[in-house]
Design a protein around this ligand. Structure first.
Ligand SMILES: Nc1ncnc2c1ncn2[C@@H]1O[C@H](COP(=O)(O)OP(=O)(O)OP(=O)(O)O)[C@@H](O)[C@H]1O
Ligand SMILES: [Mg+2]
Length: 240
């Protein structure tokens, strides 16, 4: 099989909150245009892993390479500038700004006709198009998640990192967000890293999965096929 470029490569990172040693030697990688998930119980350090990548809680040791460049000591704005978009679990929609303003603040030029623009987002997300002048904070949970994902897309990133996109959503809305991820993010050829506790969603969108344990380490890497064929793997690592 053709070997693709590792667009994200994390080696042996250790991340702390004060003296609390949360990530203890985590290594993982994502190849270009791959969709990968991180699965793990409550509090194991999934969000901290994403915060480490984004420079929000940088690792104290170890390396994070993005496209071959060591970004592990970079500021968050510099990491987003090289094309890494972060969709946090809290979505961080700017209150007091309209849907249109939320989107336009995040917009960055992309390449060619497939670049995401405000107009293209409106064409593809009618729910948002109907609400462009509405305060972003007044949207429902599902609409806010859609706005948060659209805001990532409109920055025309190379990598999108999503923290529990299905959190707090009804099964119907989880299905809708799953479709959005499959239809727009993955079809656009964007590399994706998705953290989920909803492993059913993760199995639908990602092809490779990293399972984390309580020490903030990766204990298992498996393909979707392996996890579907042997549900025991997920049961033993994710059930409470
Ligand atoms: N700002 C912080 N200061 C101190 N400790 C923190 C902070 N944020 C998280 N932690 C602790 O770090 C550990 C990992 O938290 P993290 O949020 O990364 O886990 P998670 O896997 O994303 O959990 P969840 O499933 O709840 O989202 C937890 O024990 C948590 O209490
Ligand atoms: Mg979390």
């Amino acid at each position: 099989m053709e070997k693709r470029n590792k667009i994200l490569n994390i080696e042996q990172i250790h991340t702390y909150y004060g003296v609390s040693h949360v990530i203890q030697g985590l290594s993982m990688y994502i190849e270009e245009q791959e969709t990968v998930s991180i699965l793990g119980r409550n509090g194991v350090g999934k969000t901290t892993t994403l915060r480490s990548i984004m420079g929000l809680t940088p690792p104290q040791s170890g390396t994070i390479n993005i496209d071959g460049i060591d970004t592990s000591r970079w500021q968050p704005h510099k990491i987003s500038k090289i094309g890494v978009a972060y969709v946090p679990a809290e979505r961080h929609i700017f209150p007091g700004l309209t849907v249109e303003e939320n989107l336009k603040l995040a917009a960055r030029p992309g390449n060619g006709k497939d670049a995401w623009t405000f107009e293209r987002v409106c064409d593809h997300f009618p729910v948002l198009a109907e609400r462009t002048n509405q305060d972003g904070a007044t949207l429902s949970g599902g609409e806010q998640q859609m706005l948060a994902i659209s805001r990532a897309l409109i920055s025309n990133p190379r990598i999108i990192i999503m923290d529990e996109p299905s959190q707090g959503l009804s099964p119907l809305l989880v299905q809708m967000i799953t479709d959005v991820v499959l239809k727009f993010c993955i079809k656009s050829g964007i590399t994706m890293l998705i953290v989920e506790q909803n492993y059913r969603m993760a199995l639908k969108v990602a092809t490779r999965h990293y399972l984390m344990d309580t020490k903030g380490e990766i204990v298992k890497v498996a393909s979707t096929r392996e996890l579907v064929d042997d549900p025991e793997i997920i049961q033993s690592h994710l059930s409470v």
